[in-house]
Design a protein around this ligand. Structure first.
Ligand SMILES: Cc1cc2nc3c(=O)[nH]c(=O)nc-3n(C[C@H](O)[C@H](O)[C@H](O)COP(=O)(O)O)c2cc1C
Length: 340
């Protein structure tokens, strides 16, 4: 149910209060405990997601060792995203999520990756209505936690089909729908469409979040205007600029940003510190490289940071190279090729 309190868009789904209505998107290899803490620490986040977790494997994953399940107590509320096309895996996966003290459960209905397609999961499940209905009913039967789904616009732009799908989710007990403004199969280089999300918003009384292509406060404002959505989900923009949700929260929802002036070097090294505190040595470098690929986009000559970290063989080496980039960054912004 969507509540309006004192003209502020406070959302409540079941017992979960979401404020401000901005979520960090589920992203494989990126939305781990380190990034979640970094972004949450910079403000503007009302909801966090894990990356997609295979329902089949989840019950045997050990939260002490699995980087996918590593979580600290400040990462709240945290919705765990499941991906599956098989109803048989739901029961044990949900039991595990209860043990992990999940604040909510999300079902991935948008992933078009071949592996998910093969298993009838992600966007393939979305297109198989009877299996989808069975899985949603099983999820709803097994848990009283808030249940959300993350979908794309559909196979083509069709307001009535999108509206009908969203009414179906609501009827099956879903509490929150996030719509990624791209069609199934569309690549990320294609501009996200926010206006068609309005068909979802107007069809249901549960909250709808809009997602896709939000890289600035202005994007966030236009996305809300065009879609009429209750909230936003930010993915790559929050990796490129981990302070972006803080800016959006402050400008559009009046939530206090925890940090108003950001030191980009400090943010980068804070991220490294967070992953060092959470992940084993062999897991750190890959996650640092993946983060850097996006974070480097915030600098004019960021490709220098990206390529140097990318070719590093250890985190120590990556740190030295990053330090070199940051100490020379003012000159680098003007003079490409400064840092060797
Ligand atoms: C590296 C990467 C991994 C992703 N992994 C997931 C995932 O695990 N589950 C999911 O629902 N979407 C996933 N997505 C899609 C994002 O959640 C989001 O819908 C998409 O990036 C568009 O939002 P953005 O433009 O704000 O990044 C992923 C996207 C990226 C770039």
């Amino acid at each position: 149910m969507s509540l309006s309190l004192n003209n502020v868009n406070m959302l409540k789904i079941r017992d979960l209060e979401i404020w401000p209505p901005i979520a960090l998107a589920p992203m494989v290899g990126l939305s781990h405990s380190g990034l979640r803490c970094l972004v949450q620490g910079l403000g503007g986040i009302g909801l966090l997601y894990t990356e997609m977790l295979a329902a089949k494997r989840l019950p045997s994953d050990n939260p002490k060792f699995s980087p996918l399940l590593t979580r600290t107590s400040i990462e709240k509320p945290l919705i765990y995203q499941l991906v599956t096309g098989d109803i048989e895996h739901i029961g044990a996966a949900v039991d595990k999520l209860h043990q992990l003290k999940a604040d909510g459960v999300d079902l991935n209905l948008g992933c078009p990756a071949p592996l998910q397609k093969k298993q009838g999961a992600g966007s393939s499940l979305c297109q198989n209505r009877s299996n989808l209905q069975n899985i949603l009913r099983e999820l709803r039967k097994k848990t009283n936690l808030p249940l959300s789904v993350k979908i794309r616009l559909g196979a083509k732009i069709d307001d009535e089909a999108l509206a009908a799908s969203c009414r179906f989710y609501e009827d099956e007990g879903v509490d929150l729908i996030t719509v990624h403004g791209r069609l199934i199969g569309e690549k990320f280089c294609r501009k996200a469409r926010w206006a068609p999300i309005a068909a979802a918003k107007n069809a249901v009384s549960i909250p709808v979040f809009a997602n896709g292509g939000i890289f600035s406060v202005d994007d966030a404002r236009r996305c809300l205007d065009e879609s009429g959505a209750d909230g936003l989900m930010v993915g790559r923009g929050a990796v490129e600029q981990p302070w972006l949700c803080g800016d959006i929260g402050r400008e559009l929802f009046g939530s206090p940003a925890k940090v108003e002036v950001v030191d980009k070097r400090e943010v980068y090294f804070n991220f490294i510190h967070l992953i060092e505190a959470r992940f084993s040595e062999e897991k750190r470098l890959g996650r640092l490289k993946q983060f850097t690929r996006y974070y480097a986009g915030t600098f004019k000559f960021g490709h220098q940071l990206a390529s140097r970290v990318q070719s590093s063989e250890t985190v120590v080496e990556a740190k030295e190279r990053a330090e070199c980039f940051f100490t020379t960054t003012t000159k680098v912004e003007q003079t490409p090729g400064f840092c060797n």
